[in-house]
Every structure is written in structure tokens, then in C-alpha cells.
Design a binder for this molecule. Structure first.
Ligand code: ADP
Length: 239
């Protein structure tokens, strides 16, 4: 069976309906919610503040310390709470994706804590977390050279699809599905994070990157609108 139609009726290059807003956690220095379809992430930022233990301090710059967690009821089979290998890896790639655009030299010896919580998971949670975290950093007033935006591109059968869902990731016919999470900077158009789970012919890889760049540009526009105070809920206009 070849893959011709997406199960939720989206076009191959269409994002899921997005929700975005800042200021969701009053006690944090900055916070944001970013949702794509049934994947919902919130991020909060605390700092910059003095880093403890002192031996981890960087004399010339700040560190971003990022924790990613899924709520136990974010998936249908209750996820076990607490850190695991996957959450540690996602925390690390998120730190790297964000560190590339934050002006860390402004805050020597400090730490900027970024907490990402996945409220509901339907694939693409690391990307939603990065989008929320970038918005939360900007909301906290932390100087950034540019924003980052993130999306997961899929290859299902021979089709390139934007913002792949869990159901799509689980496609098992033919060549199955491949998942390519990707993060783009908003001004210099550089990639600060790229992963690949599955396989893809090299001549299709360029198409996947083009789709990722287009989608990240759309996401960036939404992040900017939310940072200006708009509460975005694309589900509403579909009703
Ligand atoms: P991402 O969420 O960034 O796509 P993965 O590819 O690791 O990361 O996970 C894909 C999806 O699989 C998640 O979004 C979620 O829907 C599901 N998933 C991940 N971990 C678990 C878990 N512990 N229990 C149930 N489902 C999970």
C-alpha cells in the first residue's frame, strides 16, 4: 500500500494547528506554551543566576541547563516519571540548539535554567519543547542574537511530510516511516539541531530539509506574534 493521504487530512507540507502564548507560569522569569496538534509543551526559564557547584562555572560565559520531562499522563500508557536516557538526551540536544543563539558571554559564571514539560505527547515533543523554550528565553528578556524554531519532518513511504504525528511515525508498510527533527535559526538560517530516526535516500534528504526550513519559518512568525502578546490558538479558527 502506498502512502497517498495523511490520516488527519493535512497536506503533505502542512503543520498541525498551533497554539502559542507567553507568560503561562507567573513565578518564572520567562515562560511559554507551544502546542502543535495534540503535542503540548510548556517551558519556563529561571535566571541567569550564580551557578552552583562553583566548579561547573564557566569564567567567560553562562551555561544553559535544560531539563525535559513528560507528565505521566502525557501518553496513553502512563509514562514513568523522573529522568531517563531519552529525557537526558533531549535535554542535551535542547541545550545545544538554544546555546547557539543566546548571548552567553553577557553572563559569565552563571546558569540559565530551562525547564520543559510535555503535557501531552503525539510525536515531535522535542521540537515543541525547543519552540516553547526559545519563546520563554525571549520572554525572560535574555539577549538572543536570533530565535530558533523546530519541526519534525517525516518520510513515509516515498513522501516527505511536515510535522509528523505518532500515528504517522508508526506506519509500517513498505519502507516504513523516518523521523527527522530539525531546528533552524531565524535570521542566519542555520541549523542548530538535526536528528534522523530511520533511513532516507540522500537525494530525498534535500527535500526534507527544504520542507523543514519552510515549516520553521512559519513557526517563527507564530513565535514572534506570541512574544508580542497575542494568544494564538489555530484550533479555534477550524471550528
Ligand atoms: P519526539 O516526541 O521528540 O518525537 P520520540 O521520537 O522519542 O520523541 O517519541 C515519539 C513519540 O513517542 C512521543 O512524542 C510520544 O508520543 C511517544 N512516546 C515517547 N516516549 C513514550 C513513553 N515513555 N510512553 C509512551 N509513549 C511515548
Amino acid at each position: 500500500m502506498t502512502y497517498t493521504k495523511r490520516s488527519d487530512g493535512r497536506k503533505m507540507d502542512e503543520l498541525r494547528p498551533i497554539q502559542a502564548r507567553v507568560g503561562v507560569i507567573p513565578n518564572a522569569d520567562g515562560s511559554a506554551l507551544f502546542a502543535t496538534g495534540n503535542t503540548v509543551a510548556i517551558a519556563s526559564v529561571y535566571g541567569p543566576k550564580e551557578l552552583h557547584p562553583a566548579n561547573k562555572r564557566k569564567p567567560d560565559r553562562a551555561l544553559i541547563r535544560c531539563e525535559y520531562n513528560m507528565l505521566p499522563f502525557s501518553v496513553s500508557e502512563r509514562a514513568r516519571p523522573g529522568p531517563n536516557r531519552r529525557s537526558k538526551e533531549i535535554g542535551m540536544i535542547t541545550e545545544n540548539a538554544l546555546s547557539a543563539v543566546v548571548d552567553l558571554k553577557k553572563f559569565p559564571q552563571s546558569v540559565i535554567d530551562v525547564q520543559i514539560l510535555i503535557l501531552q505527547a503525539d510525536a515531535g515533543t522535542r521540537c515543541a519543547g525547543i519552540n516553547a523554550a526559545a519563546m520563554a528565553l525571549a520572554h525572560a528578556g535574555i539577549p538572543m542574537r536570533e530565535m530558533v524554531s523546530s519541526v519534525s519532518i517525516g518520510k513515509i513511504d516515498d513522501k516527505i511530510v511536515t510535522d509528523i504525528t505518532k500515528e504517522e511515525e508508526d506506519w509500517e508498510e513498505g519502507d516504513g516511516a523516518t523521523d527527522i527533527p530539525f531546528t533552524l535559526t531565524s535570521r542566519t538560517n542555520e541549523c542548530t539541531h538535526l536528528q534522523l530516526d530511520g533511513k532516507i535516500p540522500t537525494n530525498k534528504f534535500k527535500n526534507a530539509i527544504d520542507a523543514a526550513v519552510d515549516a520553521c519559518k512559519k513557526i517563527h512568525e507564530i513565535q514572534v506574534r506570541a512574544l508580542k502578546g497575542e494568544i494564538i490558538n489555530e484550533n479555534e479558527k477550524k471550528k
